[in-house]
Design a protein around this ligand. Structure first.
Ligand SMILES: [Zn+2]
Length: 467
């Protein structure tokens, strides 16, 4: 039975029970979008609870950067230009769409108090300094993953053209274990959700670090193209992401990596970004785009080594938006909270088509965090020497365009008719729908692989979506 005929059998639909608030928490009164005719509906997905978790006093990941971001967004009245949704938690079942059952069970059971009883599991699941056990860890995962899933559902239903979740973008998490401050991979889950109705999804990652968890999950498929710009020298975390990692099997040429050296500046980064993304979009013709906007690629980041300013980082987001493809914008790394929040507020304004005064609003809570300049655009661009010579960047561009030469034809996946009101189906019906699409598409080839370790040099390494 096709999806379309299944839809015909169903005569009535209950309201969407999966999104905590079906009706936006706040709907704009006036829609002032005007970007060359493109007037996207923008939705902002947030939950204040997610910013209250603590990885630990010395840990660089500070979820309260999300609270600072929300304050800036509200201080600049950007919420008046977007639909606001308070997000729900992801369910266990949704986490299991990507993660293994034993890993999720471990996340549910472990606490700082009982962790000594789980010594073997702590080792097995790579728990340590980077990914410590902290109070409410599982709840935290449910919040940020639920927000990305909510946002993806608004894109699927057509209620949003651009959906934003700054608490998401945790690109390193693997099926069986956490990695690099990331416990569950909300990006992979959102992409799996979008694959139900989208034939080709482009993932763009401008975090300082390689988007290895997402690349690995879709390394063998041509329906998701991953493009990551990051620092690479073979040792810098996570150690992967050289230009010769291009995908395997059916996924060959559908992964693209842009390895960069310390100190890259605004102009070189933006020029390279546009010269790569333009042909990627022209050739792959994505029907949806996910952009991971990790803020650790900014200059002056606590863990960073690039020289990017907020406007340059935002220019990449603006450029991707200009193609008018439905887009999910996520956060990611970023370890100097005041600059993370400045960046994501600025990028929210770019997506919502609002021009902001550089001077921060007077009434901003926590305004003292932004001293001494109280500006949205402090100079972040001159801390590191630029090790990316013109020759290095020219050679890299030639190599990347060479990789793209093989991408002559976007895969045409036979998709069933998109249900007109997917947002209104009940959980039961949706479960049936998901099951059916899973069986009918490549996703059904996804199976529980044996636990394995990735050898980054090994061309034969296995992705999560087995061919
Ligand atoms: Zn990062």
């Amino acid at each position: 039975m096709t999806l379309a005929s299944w839809m015909d059998e169903s005569s009535s639909f209950a309201p969407d029970a999966r999104t905590a608030k079906h009706t936006p928490f706040f709907e704009p009164v006036v829609n002032s979008f005007n970007d060359g005719g493109y007037r996207p509906n923008v939705s902002y997905h947030y939950n204040p609870n997610v910013s209250a978790y603590h990885y630990g006093v010395r840990h660089p990941m500070k979820p309260f950067r999300l609270m600072l971001t929300d304050h800036l967004v509200i201080g600049y009245k950007l919420h008046e230009q977007m639909d606001l949704y308070e997000t729900r938690r992801a369910t266990e079942e949704e986490l299991l769409n990507f993660h293994s059952a034993d890993y999720i069970e471990f996340l549910q059971r472990i606490t700082p108090e009982n962790s000594t009883k789980f010594a073997d599991d702590l080792k097995k699941f790579n728990i340590g300094d980077d990914c410590p056990v902290f109070d409410g860890m599982y709840d935290y995962c449910q919040y940020y993953a639920g927000a990305s899933l909510d946002a993806s559902r608004k894109l699927i239903s057509g209620m949003s053209d651009i959906a934003i979740n700054w608490s998401g973008g945790l690109h390193h998490a693997k099926k069986y274990e956490p990695s690099g401050f990331c416990y569950v991979n909300d990006i992979v889950m959102a992409i799996l959700n979008l694959l139900r109705v989208h034939s080709r999804i482009l993932y763009i990652d401008i975090d300082l670090h390689h988007g290895d968890g997402v690349q690995e999950a879709f390394y063998l498929t041509d329906r998701v193209m991953t493009v990551s710009f990051h620092k690479y020298n073979g040792e810098f975390f996570p150690g992967t992401g050289n230009y010769d990692e291009v995908g395997v099997g059916k996924g060959k040429h559908f992964a693209l990596n842009v390895p960069l050296q310390d100190g890259i500046d605004d102009e070189s980064y933006v020029r390279l970004f546009k010269s790569v993304i333009e042909p990627v979009i022209a050739k792959f013709r994505p029907t949806a785009i996910i952009q991971q906007c990790g803020a650790d690629s900014l200059g002056c980041d606590r863990l960073g080594c690039f020289n990017l300013n907020i406007k340059a980082h935002g220019e990449c987001v603006k450029y991707v938006k200009s193609f008018g493809v439905p887009m999910l914008c996520l956060g990611g790394g970023g370890y100097t909270p005041r600059n993370v929040s400045r960046l994501w507020c600025y990028e929210t304004s770019v997506l919502a088509n609002v021009e902001l005064n550089s001077k921060l609003p007077d009434s901003l809570p926590f305004r003292s965090w932004f001293q001494p300049d109280y500006s949205l655009h402090p100079n972040l661009g001159d801390r590191f020497e630029n090790k990316n010579t013109k020759k290095y960047l020219d050679n890299l561009r030639v190599q990347l365009l060479e990789n793209l030469r093989y991408l002559n034809q976007a895969p045409s996946v036979q998709m069933q008719e998109i249900p007109p009101d997917l947002q209104n189906i009940t959980d039961d019906k949706e479960a049936q729908l998901v099951d059916r699409i899973k069986r009918e598409s490549e996703i059904d080839k996804y199976k529980d692989a044996e636990r394995y370790y990735v050898n980054k040099k090994d061309e034969s390494r296995r992705g999560e979506l087995l061919d």
